[in-house]
Ligand binder design. Structure first.
Ligand SMILES: NC(=O)c1ccc[n+]([C@@H]2O[C@H](COP(=O)([O-])OP(=O)(O)OC[C@H]3O[C@@H](n4cnc5c(N)ncnc54)[C@H](O)[C@@H]3O)[C@@H](O)[C@H]2O)c1
Length: 402
């Protein structure tokens, strides 16, 4: 068995996602377990170089995790031919330019979502990646969540019969920051000019969840809102939170499936998890959170009685059976990293490429368009060879709106 080194440039690892999910839970965990096993039995050991504008912070993180290499010089890192993969989980606004630089330097690229702020930029980077023949990937972590993997298993097993509808509830209360509770998310998320907005953030996720689990998304109707326009940032300064902080979106999918997903940072949680999906089919229904999943088959479906004169006597929650944890579910970000590394090093199958990321940006952009124009919008097939001129116009409209 041989162990191969994989030189990996990591950008954005001082951020929430970059540090927690990608560095600590994925790359450090992979290094601790002795690398990633390839189909031929060899192993790949990632050798990261941490890159960030603040040399001190990046150096501290590197030392804390026993990582030998770090720098504040991205150009130099990209010039090193021994490092063949570039990863970005930095700010959304910088992503497209960073990916472009990395691809032009001949690197394979892997990144957080969204891959760009506009569809035209996203398709530009997809076209460049294809031209240069590099391998690419975008984080699609929700597909690796135990709850959604259980839903996928139920669907493959034929449990649902014909799927009729999907209801998603995502969100929790994000504190405004002005009355004794600091805000728990970075303030750029609530500023339009800094790449914020829940539609751009979450419709990227819902695109791959719906496409992969329930049917290709064919049309969208989306109502956004900026419920809380006054927030206090990390530096205790009050700011105008002008980005959308809630989205109420309905989707039509292949096969006549109707999906409705509410996404909100202005909602208090009285459900089993921070995101839940209810799937109703002719033969059975399921409700999944991040990890757990409950089912009700048609033969176990009780007959409720509508009687407003009496308090409810049925305990609806007790009428569902839990899908057992028959297999071990690891961190989803780490699982996806392992797949990507196998794809880069052994050509293993991989479907989460930049084109899949562009589809997410497309749905977000059409969500904004639907909101602005107060109507349903069809979702066309994407082709990275066609310049997305109309998409550019939509993006310009979105950014100038309100
Ligand atoms: N997959 C998911 O579930 C998920 C969840 C949250 C965020 N994200 C995505 O991850 C990305 C980061 O989000 P986050 O919540 O970690 O944000 P964050 O603000 O915590 O981190 C942003 C990172 O970018 C760096 N950065 C910002 N501006 C910079 C600049 N001008 N120059 C150099 N570096 C700069 C910061 O130093 C930091 O390392 C976003 O694109 C976001 O959409 C994905």
């Amino acid at each position: 068995m041989a162990v191969h080194r994989l030189g990996l440039i990591m950008f954005g690892i001082t951020g929430r996602m970059g540090y927690n999910q990608h560095l600590v839970r994925s790359i450090c965990a992979i290094r601790e377990q002795g690398g990633v096993a390839l189909p031929n039995g060899d192993r790949v050991m990632p050798d990261p170089i941490l890159v960030g504008r603040d040399a001190q912070r990046v150096g501290d993180i590197a030392r804390r995790h026993g990582i030998a290499r770090h720098t504040d010089d991205l150009a130099r890192a990209l010039a090193n031919a021994e490092d063949t993969v570039f990863f970005d989980s930095g700010s959304t606004q910088m992503r497209c330019a960073l990916l472009t630089r990395a691809i032009e330097a001949g690197k394979h690229v892997y990144c957080e979502k969204p891959i760009a702020e506009s569809l035209s930029d996203a398709l530009g980077v997809v076209a460049l990646a294809r031209q240069r023949g590099i391998k690419s990937g975008v984080v699609q972590d929700k597909l690796f969540l135990p709850g959604l993997r259980k839903i996928a298993m139920l669907r493959e097993a034929g449990f649902f019969g014909r799927i009729l509808s999907v209801r998603g509830e995502f969100g929790y209360w994000v504190f405004e920051g002005d009355w004794g509770q600091p805000a728990q998310r970075p303030s750029w998320n609530y500023r339009k000019a800094q790449g914020g907005g829940i539609i751009l953030d979450m419709l990227c996720h819902w695109r791959y969840v719906l496409d992969n689990l329930f049917g290709a998304v064919r049309a969208v109707s989306c109502l956004g809102a900026t419920h809380i326009a006054d927030r206090v940032d990390e530096g205790a300064s009050r700011y105008n939170a002008d980005a959308d902080d809630a989205a109420y979106a309905t989707f039509q999918l292949d096969g006549g499936v109707v999906a409705h997903i509410n996404s909100s940072w202005c909602v208090r949680v009285k459900r089993d998890d921070l995101v839940t999906f209810q799937v109703d089919g002719t033969h059975g229904s399921a409700v999944a959170g991040l990890t757990r999943c409950f089912t009700q088959h048609r033969i176990n479906t009780p007959r409720p009685l509508w009687n407003p004169d009496q308090p409810q006597t049925m305990n609806f929650n007790a009428q569902w059976d839990e899908v057992p944890d028959n297999i071990a579910y690891e961190n989803g970000f780490k699982l996806q990293w392992e797949e990507f590394i196998r794809h880069v090093c052994a050509d293993a199958a991989w479907k989460h490429d930049l084109m899949e990321g562009a589809k997410g940006v497309q749905l977000a952009e059409l969500g904004y368009k639907s909101w602005a124009e107060r109507r349903w919008i069809d979702v066309p097939e994407l082709d990275a060879t066609i310049p997305a001129a109309s998409a550019s116009r939509q993006h310009a409209r979105r950014r100038s709106r309100k």
